[in-house]
Design a protein around this ligand. Structure first.
Ligand SMILES: *Cc1c(COP(=O)(O)O)cnc(C)c1O
Length: 345
């Protein structure tokens, strides 16, 4: 049985070209700043995002944590979405390790935070309050359906933050998915941001790593905090070499993943009991919901699909998540639709 793994785009494995680049990578000690591939990756990534400098980090989680710790002192407050990765899926690191106080606002269905709510969350200068220092946006917004935030919206939030002497960080784990879906550049989407993280190890198929980008001064501070967190890596060029292939060769093809996500959603929508409460996919994430006519809950369905070779995630009692990526081809989409029809019959 062919296994189709739709749990996440993190399950992608390095391409043959990446493995080749990794095995031939010239390396040095990156803590001394001497790894040529790490340096090249950091420069190329910063350039793609229109920032002065970049820092290769082991994970997106560490990239976000470092950004928060550079922008905020202990006791400062960061405004973020209640469905955001930083609030929900980073083990509370900004508080546990950074001493930073999260101020959550409801993510709207389109992934945004309301501008008037951001404004209302900014604290007046008063000894009773923590100091508002940072706004965090997520693009694409994972838990709202992999939805995209536009440049116009992001620019508005940036303006609002800067008018209040605050910073804007973008968790752009999938910023290239957003750029491809909006037919624009990642650079344009993050222009208003003071810092941005993106993942090499998701749709871009590299085995490990993210890049944090920002000003030269920001990255100098970020490098020290990365060391503090134990993220200073030595001959990391083996990994960076794959990252370079990822940003060179894997960005434009994300459009195929979006296309297959739509095909999957269109096929699933034809099945009795399935609907798309969160809307049809804008990028590579498909979130089918189940009506009461389906007796199984999402976890039961995921189990049944798994015995048909289809791996998906149950994200709530009545909803699954399916993520398309470079390892999901047209045949895999058909196999998935057939398996759904079978387990729902
Ligand atoms: C995956 C992800 C991250 C970072 O995850 P790591 O597994 O730590 O690399 C951050 N934000 C979002 C929205 C993500 O989906």
């Amino acid at each position: 049985m062919t296994i189709v793994d739709l749990r996440s785009d993190t399950v992608t494995k390095p391409t043959p070209e990446m493995r080749e680049a990794m095995s031939n990578a010239e390396v040095g000690d990156d803590v001394y700043g001497e790894d040529p591939n790490v340096n090249k990756l950091q420069e190329a990534a910063a350039d793609m995002l229109g920032k002065a400098a970049g820092l290769f980090v082991p994970s997106g989680t560490m990239g976000n944590l470092i950004a928060v710790m550079v922008h905020c002192q202990r006791g400062d407050e960061a405004i973020m979405g209640d469905k955001g990765h930083t609030f929900s899926f980073e083990a509370g690191g900004i508080s546990a390790l950074g001493g930073v106080f999260p101020h959550t606002l409801p993510n709207q269905a389109d992934g945004t935070l309301k501008l008037d709510q951001i404004l209302g969350a900014i604290r007046p200068d008063d000894v009773h309050h923590p100091i508002s220092k940072l706004v965090i946006l997520e693009n694409t917004q994972n838990r709202c359906g992999g939805v995209v935030l536009t440049k116009a919206y992001t620019d508005e939030v940036g303006k609002l933050a800067h008018n209040h002497e605050m910073m804007l960080h973008i968790d752009g784990a999938r910023i290239f998915n957003a750029a491809v879906a909006l037919n624009t550049s990642a650079k344009a989407l993050v222009e208003a941001a003071d810092s941005v993280t993106f993942c090499l190890s998701k749709g871009l198929c590299a085995p490990v790593g993210s890049v944090l980008c920002g000003s030269r001064e920001f990255i100098d501070k970020a490098r020290r905090i990365r060391k503090m967190l134990g993220g200073g890596m030595r001959q990391a060029g083996i990994l960076a070499a794959a990252g370079l292939v990822a940003i060179d060769t894997m960005v434009d093809r994300l459009a195929e993943d979006h296309c297959r996500a739509r095909e999957l959603a269109n096929g699933l929508a034809k099945l009795d009991g399935i609907h798309f409460e969160m809307g049809m996919p804008e990028t590579n994430m498909v979130f089918p919901s189940f009506g009461s006519e389906i007796k199984d809950n999402a976890a039961d369905l995921a189990k049944k699909l798994s015995s048909e070779g289809i791996k998906v995630s149950a994200v709530s009692e009545r909803r699954l998540r399916l993520v398309t990526h470079a390892w999901v081809d047209d045949a895999a989409v058909q196999q998935t639709l057939i398996a759904f029809a079978k387990v729902l019959a």
